[in-house]
Each structure stands twice: as structure tokens, then as C-alpha cells.
Write a new protein. Structure first.
Ligand SMILES: NC(=O)c1ccc[n+]([C@@H]2O[C@H](COP(=O)([O-])OP(=O)(O)OC[C@H]3O[C@@H](n4cnc5c(N)ncnc54)[C@H](OP(=O)(O)O)[C@@H]3O)[C@@H](O)[C@H]2O)c1
Length: 387
């Protein structure tokens, strides 16, 4: 079996590549990636294996240079005879930014780029499966505080916190326009954060939000809203196992489900036990978010509620020196706080039933203990400026 994988240089994509490379059923993995030269592409791919000392089989892993923004991408792929023997496409590449300033790029990559790949995919002679890495959060922001099932999405009436989830929802619809049902498989991970192994996680994404929350300590969010988060190694293992499983469905949540869900309070309590020199966590109403922003601008009204917590204001002055840093951090954190408030948990019965080798994931408040030394090293401002 030959697999064409996009997004292998990413957080989840890298882990998918390593998992796929271990499978004896797979002969070749064509890695579609952005690079200026074959040499650069090979170095990028080798680095994916080097980070956790995995075995890199250069005969099995073949770089295919390209960019989702390239208007000639479909032609480029069609003319490339090397990849005509592709049996499975795993489309993991996406622009995952939550920041409004990237909305246009997010749409061009996640909808336009996907369509270009599909136009090539649909004329492949042996295509068996197009595995789309979607996201469970396409359900939108109107469903709150409950368990959500795969069949509730895609829903064109859903409203979205960020453009990213809107484009991922449309991605699923675009796939159905181009491919027949028998070729489509959709994996929808929930929120992927960190790694449950004692290794350096592949990416600080989402852990950046945890690190920022850890630094702020006074948090404008509900302490007890349900959170569905999974580690990247679990997500990759589940997705690759799903590819080889006897499946009864076309769409699967890759999630913690109810049993392994967590809450902000639980995750923060794990961080509190480790970072003992910081003030205790306090969760307050989301309304406080604006007050913190105004305080950081020096424009907070004297009677405001935030002044009831002078110990945190003193602490922020001490940690951040320049309060405008807090504004930058909050701008980056804003969408994450929005997702935290939704209390969404994604049912994982389909995955656990159809893929017996995959058990329940560890709850994030448990496995995050393996990421704490890494959290300490995350550059918060850098993460906020490059969302
Ligand atoms: N992380 C999560 O919490 C999460 C949760 C649910 C679903 N997902 C889905 O999982 C998939 C992988 O996410 P991730 O966390 O691995 O994201 P990521 O770390 O941001 O990686 C994105 C990948 O897409 C590639 N890419 C972006 N724009 C491209 C372009 N114009 N042309 C070619 N390649 C491009 C990137 O390549 P470069 O290295 O060149 O930038 C990178 O390899 C996505 O489809 C995402 O929607 C992620």
C-alpha cells in the first residue's frame, strides 16, 4: 500500500508519519511538503524522526514538494508519475491559525488547497481511501455543555468561533462533492494538546495556551466546564489504527469522550502542584477578560471588580514588567478561552468499538504532568505573536 500524506511537518502530521512508517503494510509514504529543494525536504523529514529517535527509512519516505496555495498544484500532481500508484491519501495539512489576520490564508489553504488535492485524487487509478483529518470543533459554538455525536456535523447552520472551524466544516462538504462515499474516511480529533509520553512534544501549540494560563493565574473562565483534550501520540495511533480497522462508519471522533474528559480546574491543579512558587489559580467570570485588557492599557475604571484582586495585579506587574505584554497574551488566548467555555465533549464510542486496539485516552490533567518541564520553556510572547 502506498500512502500520500500532507502536513507531515506539522504537530499531528509528524506523529502520523512516524506511526505510518512503522506499518509493514505500507510500502511507500509520499510526503507532500513545502520546501525550496529536495535536500531541504529530506532534512525536514529526517528531523521529524530525529526528535524522538525514531527509525527513519529513507527508501520508504519520499518527499513530494508542493504548496496548497500553488494555483497549478493539481496539474503538478497529475504530471508526477511517481505518485500515480497512491492507494491512500491522508490530508492533514491545514492552516490552523485562530487569528483573524490569517482568515484569508486559512480559507485558501483549507478549502482551496483541499479542492486541488481532490481534483488530483479523483483521477487516481487505485485510490481506496481519502482520509481527511477534520476537527470535532466543526460543530460550532452553539452546542454547549454536552456530549456531541459525529452525525451532528457538518451543519451549515452552525456558527463558528473562528474561521478555521468554518473552513474545516466546508472541507468535509467539498470532499463529498468530489469523491464517492466508499472512498471517504473522516477522522475528527478534538483538541490535541501535548504528548502523554515523557518526550519533548512536537509542538507548543495548545500547550502554549496552558502555559499562558499558568502564568496569568487569575483566569477569566469557568473552572468546571468540560474539556475534551487528547495527546498527539494517542491521536496519531488512533487515526492510523482506524485506517486499518474494519469500519462501520465514515466519520469518527478521535477524542477523550466523557470518560477521559477534564476541566480547566483539574488541569490547573496539576500545574499548581508543580509550579509551587506562583500564586494560586483563581477562576473568575469571562467578563473580567475585558477588565484585564483595560487594566493593561491603563484605562480601567477605579470601581472595577478586577481591583478586588490586588495580589494578582502586583504579581503581573512583577512578572510582565510591561503590562502591554498581557494584552498581547490575552489577544492570543482569547479564542482558546472561547473554546474552553463551550463545555463540549465528543463521543468516542464509534472509535472504541470499531478499533479494539484503541482504549480510552488518559485525561489531560493526568498526562499533562509529562509536559510540565516543556511548558516552563515555552516563549509566551513568541507564541502569542505567531498564533
Ligand atoms: N492540533 C489540534 O489540536 C487539532 C485538533 C483537531 C484537528 N486538527 C487537524 O489536524 C490536522 C493537522 O493539524 P496540526 O496540529 O498538525 O497542524 P500544524 O502543526 O499547524 O501543521 C499544519 C501542516 O500543514 C502544512 N501546511 C500549512 N499550509 C500549507 C500549505 N499552504 N501548503 C502545504 N502545506 C501546508 C504545514 O506545513 P509547514 O510545516 O510547511 O508549515 C504543516 O505540515 C489539521 O488538518 C487540523 O485541522 C488539529
Amino acid at each position: 500500500m502506498n500512502v500520500f500524506l500532507t502536513g507531515s511537518t506539522g504537530f499531528l502530521g509528524g506523529e502520523l508519519l512516524v506511526e505510518l512508517s512503522k506499518r509493514k503494510e505500507i510500502d511507500k509514504i509520499y510526503c507532500f511538503l513545502r520546501a525550496f529543494s529536495e535536500d531541504e525536504a529530506n532534512i525536514k523529514l529526517e528531523n521529524i524522526f530525529r526528535i524522538h529517535h525514531d527509525y527513519y527509512d529513507e527508501k520508504k519516505i519520499i518527499p513530494i514538494l508542493g504548496n496548497l496555495f500553488d494555483e497549478h498544484l493539481t496539474d503538478l500532481l497529475i504530471k508526477n508519475n511517481t505518485i500515480t500508484d497512491t492507494d491512500v491519501i491522508i490530508h492533514s495539512a491545514a492552516n490552523t491559525s485562530f487569528s483573524k489576520i490569517y482568515d484569508d490564508m486559512v480559507e485558501r489553504a483549507n478549502m482551496g488547497g483541499l479542492e486541488k488535492i481532490l481534483l488530483w485524487a479523483k483521477q487516481l487509478p487505485h485510490l481506496q481511501t481519502f482520509l481527511y483529518i477534520g476537527t470535532a470543533t466543526i460543530c460550532g459554538k452553539d452546542i454547549k455543555n454536552r456530549l456531541i455525536f459525529e452525525d451532528e456535523s457538518p451543519n451549515l447552520k452552525a456558527s463558528h468561533l473562528v474561521k478555521y472551524t468554518y473552513t474545516k466544516m466546508h472541507g468535509e462538504l467539498i470532499i463529498h462533492r468530489h469523491l464517492t462515499e466508499d472512498k471517504i474516511l473522516i477522522a475528527r480529533p478534538s483538541i490535541i494538546m501535548g504528548d502523554s509520553r515523557k518526550v519533548v512534544p512536537r509542538s507548543p501549540v495548545i500547550l502554549w495556551a496552558a502555559a499562558t494560563i499558568n502564568q496569568l493565574r487569575l483566569i477569566p473562565a469557568d473552572a468546571n466546564s468540560m474539556l475534551d483534550m487528547i495527546p498527539v501520540n494517542y491521536a496519531a495511533d488512533a487515526i492510523v489504527s482506524l485506517l486499518f480497522a474494519n469500519r462501520n462508519h465514515k466519520v469518527y471522533h478521535i477524542s477523550s469522550g466523557k470518560a477521559a474528559s477534564t476541566t480547566p480546574a483539574k488541569v490547573c491543579s496539576t500545574m499548581e502542584a508543580y509550579f509551587t512558587d506562583l500564586p494560586p489559580f483563581r477562576f473568575k467570570s469571562k467578563l473580567l477578560l475585558n477588565q484585564i485588557k483595560l487594566w493593561a492599557k491603563g484605562k480601567l475604571q477605579p470601581e472595577s471588580e478586577l481591583y478586588k484582586y490586588p495580589e494578582y495585579l502586583d504579581y503581573w506587574h512583577h512578572v510582565f514588567e510591561d503590562p502591554s505584554a498581557i494584552r498581547i497574551l490575552l489577544a492570543g488566548l482569547d479564542p482558546y478561552l472561547g473554546f474552553m467555555e463551550l463545555g463540549q465533549v465528543f463521543d468516542n464510542t464509534r472509535l472504541l468499538t470499531d478499533v479494539p486496539s484503541i482504549k480510552q485516552s488518559l485525561p489531560a490533567d493526568v498526562y499533562i504532568s509529562n509536559c510540565l518541564t516543556f511548558i516552563e520553556k515555552i516563549d509566551l510572547l513568541e507564541g502569542a505573536l505567531n498564533p
